[in-house]
Design a protein around this ligand. Sequence first.
Ligand code: ZN
Length: 250
Amino acid sequence: MGGVHKGQERNQRELMTRAYWEFLVHGEQLQAPIPSTKENNRQYLSAQAPFNRILSKCYASVSKEAAAVLAGIFPMDIEIQMRNCLSEIKHGRNVLFFDEQITPQTFDSIAHCKEYVRLRALDCWQNRWETSTKGRISFEFFPDVFHRLEGPPITFSHHKSQVLTGHGNFGIHQLRLGKSEISLCPNCPDFDDDPVHRILECPLFGEVQEQIREINGTWPPDLTQVPFIDNDEVFSALSLDLTPPDVTLE
Ligand SMILES: [Zn+2]
């Protein structure tokens, strides 16, 4: 299966963002800026999350924070603030954008202002992602939201998304679901069974580690390059269920 082209992924994101916007906000911005209250932010983010999970083919249990980064789509509350800010600037008014006073006179064009506002919004998202307690496995693969948006496109598969989120057949996840009483690797009692352990050190995954070494050309692999691997065999091997099957004795 061929990967998506950069332009294609951009278009897809743009369409999704426009769809959220129409669906969630439907023109409210025409009347007045949407107040950025905690409750508003929470509602918009929750409404957006299922779209991001579909786009990145991940489980419903994946946090909204991680789903937004995987999908490469600005959290809705930040998107709203960006739009409100640009709308005010277009009307020649000063506006407070993430605690920063933005004045129309500072910019020689709307395009310039748009670029600046986008960079500030990325900073804010990055800061939020770095300090979040959610999606810490995904953070290992996607530490930088700017790189997610500007870097090469990613083709997701169900297996790949399990590895990139840690939601799947991993001890850490089985424990969370109550399907297991421990999160440890069945082979390495000192380590949690999570995707990073499987990729970097677990001897049970020697074969797939060799495959990754061949694809990336270095060892240990740079985890931020793992999302760009297109061979789904790698991810289906990495998301293998290690739970021993029930043995029935005669
Ligand atoms: Zn292990």
